[in-house]
Design a protein around this ligand. Structure first.
Ligand SMILES: C[S@@+](CC[C@H](N)C(=O)[O-])C[C@H]1O[C@@H](n2cnc3c(N)ncnc32)[C@H](O)[C@@H]1O
Length: 300
């Protein structure tokens, strides 16, 4: 009986059906081309379950290395920035395409710095997408400043395509205990959002895989299709494949193709079961709660 259950084929979802040609040999496909034209040309309407997008920020990102203390020999050349004067139109164009290709109820995360956040928000508000949450994620390096505070956070915009009721949110995917899961859901994210990977070949501006995995676990299921329009160092692809999702991506810098070798070796990892609360801490919490109740009753 158990075996019967195991062998039962999960029927392909509509999105998978439409995009079947990309996933014949592998669970991923990356196009080294412009994502706006690429999405128009290759991705059907309503076919993607989850989008994670980390666009260039319109802040001369190609010169970012002047702020980093690292060996630039390991950084791939060819990072493509967008001029500030073009940033509004650029944001409207790629966000418009994302809105079209997302399935109803699909989720999109956009990572943005502060400087041009207003332009990204303008583009989102002029699309059919709806806001779910606005997260703040920290990073532990920053541009040195003398007369102002040091910038050390990104904005992570969590939006979805209506209707909301079709949106996936796996509330207990990482923690079971009520306090632990509550802390994991708080909108100030403590996982460092950027990763430097010393000694490894990398994109100029790479995300932390652990952070991406968290977003994927909460907002998608195994077999779902993830799209990343700005792949860079292929971090989202690696995270998605390890978690048993399929992934499509675009990256205009063809030098990033060198990183695909690593992707070919990616294996599905055993997904960690949600963490149970620590029994000692749980006992303490229950005791504390009882104490609160007594105090409250005293003042009633
Ligand atoms: C902030 S980085 C993304 C980093 C990536 N999340 C990672 O973990 O490595 C933005 C990337 O978008 C690429 N890019 C810029 N314009 C693009 C476009 N029109 N289409 C596709 N990729 C583009 C840049 O070359 C750069 O690698």
């Amino acid at each position: 009986m158990a075996n019967q259950k195991k062998n039962k084929k999960i029927p392909p979802k509509r999105g998978t059906e439409q995009l079947k040609e990309f996933f014949i040999k592998k669970n991923y496909k990356i196009f080294y081309s412009d994502c706006i034209e690429g999405m128009k040309d290759k991705i059907p309407n309503n076919s993607i379950d989850l989008i994670i997008a980390d666009p260039p920020y319109g802040i001369k990102g190609e010169n970012l290395d002047t702020h980093y203390n690292r060996n630039e020999k390991n950084v791939l050349p060819g990072y493509r920035e967008v001029l500030l004067k073009d940033y509004q139109l650029f944001s409207e164009s790629w966000i418009g395409q994302c809105a079209r290709v997302l399935r109803p109820g699909g989720t999109i995360f956009i990572i943005s710095g502060f400087t041009n956040l207003h332009l990204v928000l303008n583009a989102l508000h002029s699309s059919e997408l709806k806001e779910v949450n606005h997260l703040i994620a920290k990073f532990k390096f920053g541009v040195f400043t003398k007369k102002k505070f040091v910038s050390s956070h990104y904005h992570v915009l969590f939006w979805c395509k209506p209707p909301e009721r079709k949106r996936i949110f796996n509330t207990h995917c990482r923690y079971k205990g009520e306090w632990d899961y509550y802390r994991d859901l708080q909108d100030i994210e403590n996982i460092d959002i950027r990763k430097h990977n010393p000694g490894k070949l990398k994109n100029k501006n790479q995300l932390n895989q652990e952070f991406i995995e968290k977003l994927i676990l909460y907002t998608s299921n195994k077999g779902d299709i993830l799209l990343d329009p700005f792949m860079g160092g292929l971090t989202t692809a690696k995270a998605a494949l390890e978690l048993g999702r399929c992934v499509l991506g675009f990256e205009i810098n063809s030098n990033c193709k060198k990183l695909e070798k690593d992707l070919e070796k990616t294996k599905k990892k055993k997904t960690e079961p949600a963490k149970e609360p620590d029994p000692i801490l749980l006992k303490k919490r229950i005791k504390m709660r009882e104490q609160y109740k007594k105090t409250r009753n005293k003042y009633k």
